[in-house]
Design a protein around this ligand. Structure first.
Ligand SMILES: Cc1cc2nc3c(=O)[nH]c(=O)nc-3n(C[C@H](O)[C@H](O)[C@H](O)COP(=O)(O)O)c2cc1C
Length: 309
């Protein structure tokens, strides 16, 4: 067990485990405390961490401390900035600067915006904008879905705009249409199941066989999810809602213990599968059944390609 090595190199730095604490919050005093707690655990366990959307701090400069605390807590760690894919190049550069980020997440959340009464309605020019950002940004740009999953078509368009890292943000975890439904949102009834599942979206992007890195996210909660995603071809997994819920409902000590348990169990899964590290687990056959297999076949993608050792 002690010889199982979960470490992974990402954006030129070494992570102890291929996990990102995904973009959640920032802006308020409460958000600063949440970010402080999450960043302390990212530091302790050698995880990457993304901050929540920084737009609020770009509009109101006094709020930047609630984001910068993530870098303060973890000076050497992998930290990702986060803004909307609609943001200006200047805002992107300022967001990266604010936290000395190693990468920039551009979030895509069209269904969420359409559900929100106060949300965006105009997405024209977004691809051209992403092209400008990828050219100007001093750190790698990550195209990030928030729970509706990138399709092959979307991933290809973004690749053509210069994106080389995807966070596929599939359906199966945090559901923003359901959340917005509780706030009187406009798409919850009849549409809250919208999206591509995390596994299907991962398969879709991988099947393109592009020179890209993929972070699998959306509903990742346990060691077996993590191992399956890495084995299928993801570089890392992103975990958002699951960590936040434990932190808010059960406290930081409980989250600390759950992270310890997650790594123990991930190492156990690797050992049980006969894989010493993240490269070896990728060589193990992944058996894709049920709805995911059906989805992939219908899209002309052979799920058997992951099943060969
Ligand atoms: C409370 C909350 C706030 C979030 N805020 C952001 C955000 O500001 N920017 C962003 O890109 N994603 C945001 N997300 C989305 C997550 O980063 C993640 O993509 C999504 O929750 C799916 O992963 P999960 O199923 O592990 O939660 C937020 C999620 C939650 C639960």
């Amino acid at each position: 067990m002690d010889d199982i090595d979960l470490s992974y190199s990402f954006l030129g730095k070494k992570l102890a485990c291929p996990v990102i604490i995904n973009a959640l919050t920032g802006g308020t005093d409460e958000a600063a405390e949440i970010n402080r707690g999450l960043a302390s655990l990212a530091h302790k366990y050698g995880l990457a961490m993304a901050v929540g959307s920084q737009t609020i701090a770009l509009e109101r400069p006094g709020l930047d401390k609630s984001f910068a605390v993530v870098r303060d807590m973890n000076p050497e760690g992998v930290i990702l900035a986060n803004v909307s894919a609609n943001s200006s190049v200047e805002d992107c550069l300022a967001a990266v600067d604010m936290i000395a980020a190693d990468g920039l997440q551009l979030h895509f959340n069209v269904p969420q915006e359409l559900a929100m009464n106060e949300g965006d309605r105009n997405f024209r020019g977004i691809l051209e904008n992403v092209g400008l950002i990828t050219q100007a940004c001093p750190v790698p740009v990550i195209a990030k879905e928030v729970g509706f999953g990138f399709s092959q078509e979307s991933a290809l368009k973004l690749f053509n705009c210069g994106v080389r890292i995807f966070d596929n943000g599939g359906k199966g975890g945090t559901n923003f249409l359901a959340i917005e439904g509780h706030r009187g949102g406009r798409l919850s009834q009849g549409l809250s199941n919208w999206g591509i599942s995390t596994a299907a979206s991962l398969g879709e992007i991988l099947a393109l066989k592009l020179p890209v890195q993929i972070i699998a996210s959306g509903g990742i909660r346990q060691a077996s999810d993590l191992a399956k995603a890495i084995a299928m071809g993801a570089e890392l997994v992103g975990i958002g809602g699951f960590f936040l819920k434990i932190l808010l409902q059960e406290g930081i000590q409980e989250l600390d213990q759950r992270l310890d348990q997650l790594f123990y169990q991930t190492k156990a899964v690797f050992l049980m599968a006969g894989a010493a590290d993240c490269m070896e687990i990728k060589k193990k056959p992944v058996i894709i059944l049920g709805r995911t297999a059906e989805w992939l076949k219908t899209r002309g993608i052979d799920p058997v390609q992951w099943c060969r050792s």
